[in-house]
Design a protein around this ligand. Structure first.
Ligand code: ATP
Ligand code: MG
Length: 420
């Protein structure tokens, strides 16, 4: 039997209403924050991710779906959104737009060749935002507050926002030297990845999932102590403005972002909910001040985050929060004979033109079975079309919630339902 590829899933009608609800909520929230949607291709030149995500990352080293097209070009299914947005920003010269910062969002499938586990898919949908062109703690706070608003708007409570600063390039390079000095003597005790990280990106040793309990990780020098005055001031400003908005957070000095171009603010949102599973990260983000230049773009800076809908759904499930299912029909038409069926079909046509949701029986079932069907479909009103009704061109419109019945002519059905 043919099956979905490993790590992917069908989202069936029993689940898809949840996705629609979440997506609608996201659209409402980005609108409140004045972010505009950007849609970029599902595949890009492989080089974009190698340069934009970074050759020392798991994404580039292990997780990309890369293929050659018939023209011998190396293409990759996008594993994340930021690099594509940056490419588009540069290509469309958005730095010259009058309105700044450029505030963008996307909701799109991402592809990573990963080991499948709860909350980890090979195709998953990320919602992400990027604010590019202004470096100001207020923008960092705007982005973080949007993130918190999203999760809180669903009623989630077991949330833990962690933030850190990884400083500017100058602070980082001093810090990296300190880390090399700290880890080098005993790097042999670390995993293979860390043994190469110490040369490519020592900060990522702090982020290693295998070695996180190693004593040297716990005693590692703190980034904070290596921040220069400017970086420190930026971090302090972000923290105090978060406090102004009553956004709770925890400073985690070991929080780093895996990618080379991150600077200053880094953050992650975790779920503490029991039953969430081994992976607790809901969302990650941070400021990037080197990315656009790395892609031969202008020296503009940005900040963004990305979350996956899959993990948001897991968090909702873990906290027992249900998404309202407003599936249901405005009207279900029961029919007693063939003539009634064709009258019903024309009536449906008119109703649907006015966005009134309506349906009928297509299986020639008995009246009782049709009523059952109406119930299953959550019909708010029903009518029965039989000989009498056809002769008098009127029906009893029944409100299924109250049981109330009113006699209306065929012509009145539409206006009556529109009013309701
Ligand atoms: P992780 O440490 O869990 O692998 P990551 O650092 O690879 O996460 P990012 O690249 O920062 O994650 O992606 C941002 C968000 O996208 C994550 O916080 C998570 O919510 C989600 N995400 C990442 N990978 C997957 C996946 N394979 N399946 C579902 N959601 C994912
Ligand atoms: Mg990952």
């Amino acid at each position: 039997m043919l099956q979905v590829p490993r790590g992917t899933q069908d989202i069936l009608p029993e689940e898809s209403y949840k996705w629609q609800f979440i997506e609608q909520r996201l659209y409402d929230i980005v609108k409140a924050y004045n972010y505009q949607e950007i849609r970029t291709p599902v595949f890009e030149a492989t080089e974009l991710f190698v340069r934009g995500v970074g050759g020392s990352t798991d994404i580039v080293n292990k997780e990309m779906y890369t293929f050659k097209d018939k023209g011998d070009r190396s293409l990759t299914l996008r594993p994340e959104g930021t690099a594509s947005v940056a490419r588009s920003y540069i290509e469309n010269k958005m730095q010259h737009n009058v309105e700044q910062p450029i505030k963008l969002f996307y909701i799109a499938p991402m592809f990573r060749y990963e080991r499948k586990q709860k909350g980890r898919y090979r195709q998953f949908v990320q919602f992400g935002v990027e604010a590019i062109g202004v470096e100001d703690p207020l923008i960092d706070v705007e982005v973080i507050s949007m993130l918190m608003n999203i999760y809180k708007s669903f009623g989630l409570k077991s949330l833990n926002l962690k933030i850190n600063s990884i400083g500017d390039m100058e602070s980082r390079s001093k810090y990296n030297e300190a880390l090399v000095e700290h880890f080098s003597p005993r790097i042999g005790e670390f995993c293979e990845d860390c043994q190469s990280r110490i040369h490519t990106n020592p900060m990522r040793i702090l982020d290693c999932k295998k070695d996180r309990d190693h004593e040297l990780v716990k005693t590692a020098p703190r980034m904070y102590d290596y921040l220069n005055d400017e970086s420190k001031a930026y971090f302090e400003a972000v923290k105090s403005k978060l406090e102004d908005l009553n956004i709770e957070f925890e400073v985690d000095y070991n929080l780093v972002r895996g990618l080379d171009y991150y600077t200053h603010t880094a953050f992650e949102l975790m779920s503490n909910a029991e039953g969430f599973g081994a992976i607790t990260t809901l969302c990650g983000g941070g400021r990037y001040n080197g990315l656009l230049e790395m892609l031969d773009g202008p020296s503009e800076t940005g900040i963004g985050f990305a979350l996956s809908i899959e993990r948001l759904l897991l968090a909702l499930e873990a906290e027992g929060i249900e998404i309202p299912n407003d599936k249901g029909l405005d009207l279900y038409i029961c029919t007693m004979n063939d003539q009634a069926r064709s009258v019903a079909a024309s009536l449906l046509h008119k109703l649907r033109e006015r966005y009134i949701s309506a349906d009928m029986d297509y299986e020639n079932r008995k009246l009782k079975a049709q009523m059952k069907d109406a119930d299953r479909k959550n019909a708010r009103h029903t009518i029965v079309l039989g000989e009498d009704e056809l002769n008098s061109e009127s029906v009893d419109l029944k409100n299924m919630d109250t049981g109330e019945v009113s006699r209306v002519s065929f012509d009145e059905i539409i206006t009556k339902l529109e009013d309701l």
